[in-house]
Design a protein around this ligand. Structure first.
Ligand code: KG4
Ligand code: ZN
Length: 344
């Protein structure tokens, strides 16, 4: 198969992102450019992402971000072989901005359009960064999703379990909010936790005794809130200790579940390498990564975590997922719809 240059566009949440990825004959990917503009400032005063503001910022910035991605890749738009854009799941206003821009570019350049599932972007990133072969076990932990998935091939995903309430990133964001740590919550909690005592509070670990690969984080979040209320007004040390105790609890929960998922992998697919691929924004958390590293080392399994910049939302993962689908002959029509909800 001839090498292809794919433009990837990502606008499903609060990152306006564009990237050019090259997929060569052997199926290997190279990132030629990867431009991300975070909307942190737009949403800072509101303690979370405001959908309408996000959509407007995407409108304002996307053309510039795409132009910059072209400059950094040192190519012209006409050099692109296909345009990939996130079509969901996500905040619908933002998704519409990116998908409509993708359609317009594809039409103007007379090049194919690939509508990409954002979650598929996260799921396939480890193939771009680490060349991981199918099938593999993935733990996807992002702002909207927390699940174990057996990635059997492009478009072929088997869900093994996941959260029954809040996503893990959402739990981080809510805990950050109730500790007044600002947004985005995950990095803020991680920062605060550095000077905290993770053993000061013992928070619940819902579902952990049950033999299933599911998560529940809403009870944990409530326990954190009750603890914060009981101690109010919180000293800086209280905040750090709560953050550290919460983070350690989460790490223990995810570590246990991931060990069980690897055990299931060994049972059901004895010939496969013991490997856990982690994807999504929460994979940027060092405490979590360390817990998973220790567990995998003890279990004789390989842990694959893409570089942080490719775990959080970006255009390269969309370009790459588009490239993988393009290589299999996928093309989308200009009538393809934006989807606020779109399970893997
Ligand atoms: O994958 P992502 O960038 O966007 C979604 O598709 O949701 O994930 C964003 C989520 C947010 O909830 C954010 O708080 C969390 O990932 N996150 C982190 C860290 N960095 C980002 N959570 C914990 N620790 C971090 N260092
Ligand atoms: Zn994401």
């Amino acid at each position: 198969q001839a090498p292809v240059l794919i433009l990837g566009i990502e606008t499903s949440c609060d990152e306006t992102a564009a990237s050019v990825v090259l997929r060569d004959q052997s199926g290997q990917g190279t990132i030629r450019s990867n431009v991300v503009r975070s909307q942190l400032d737009e949403h800072a005063a509101f303690g979370g992402v405001v959908p309408e503001l996000a959509a407007r910022a995407h409108v304002e910035w996307l053309d510039h971000i795409i132009a910059q991605a072209m400059r950094e890749a040192d190519i012209a738009l006409t050099d692109i072989d296909a345009v990939a854009a996130t079509a969901g799941p996500g905040l619908i206003g933002g998704v519409l901005v990116g998908l409509t821009t993708g359609k317009a570019l594809a039409a103007a350049l007379d090049k194919p359009l690939i509508a990409v599932n954002h979650l598929e972007g996260h799921a396939l990133t480890a193939r771009l960064t680490n060349g991981v072969a199918f099938p593999y076990l993935m733990l996807l932990v992002s702002g909207g999703h927390s699940q174990f998935v057996l990635v059997r091939g492009v478009g072929d995903y088997q869900r093994w379990g996941g959260t029954i309430d809040d996503a893990l990133g959402e739990a981080f964001d809510k805990v950050a909010k109730l500790l007044s740590l600002g947004s985005p919550g995950g990095p803020a909690v991680e920062r605060a936790a550095r000077s905290g005592d993770p053993k000061r509070f013992r928070f619940p670990r819902p579902l952990l005794r049950e033999d299933r690969l599911d998560f529940s984080f809403s009870g944990l979040k409530t326990a954190v809130r009750l603890q914060a209320e009981a101690l109010a007004p919180l000293s800086e040390q209280d905040v750090a200790d709560i953050a550290a105790s919460f983070q350690d609890t989460v790490a223990a929960i995810v570590e246990t579940r991931s060990r069980q998922a690897l055990e299931q992998l060994a049972r059901d697919y004895p010939g496969l390498p013991q490997r856990l691929v982690v994807a999504g924004g929460v994979a940027a958390n060092r405490r979590l990564a360390t817990a998973l590293e220790t567990m995998c080392a003890a279990a004789g399994a390989e842990l694959v975590v893409p570089p942080i910049a490719l775990c959080t939302d970006n255009g390269a993962m969309i370009a790459w997922a588009g490239a993988e689908r393009f290589a299999l002959g996928a093309r989308d029509g200009f009538d393809v719809a934006a989807r606020p909800r779109w399970p893997l």
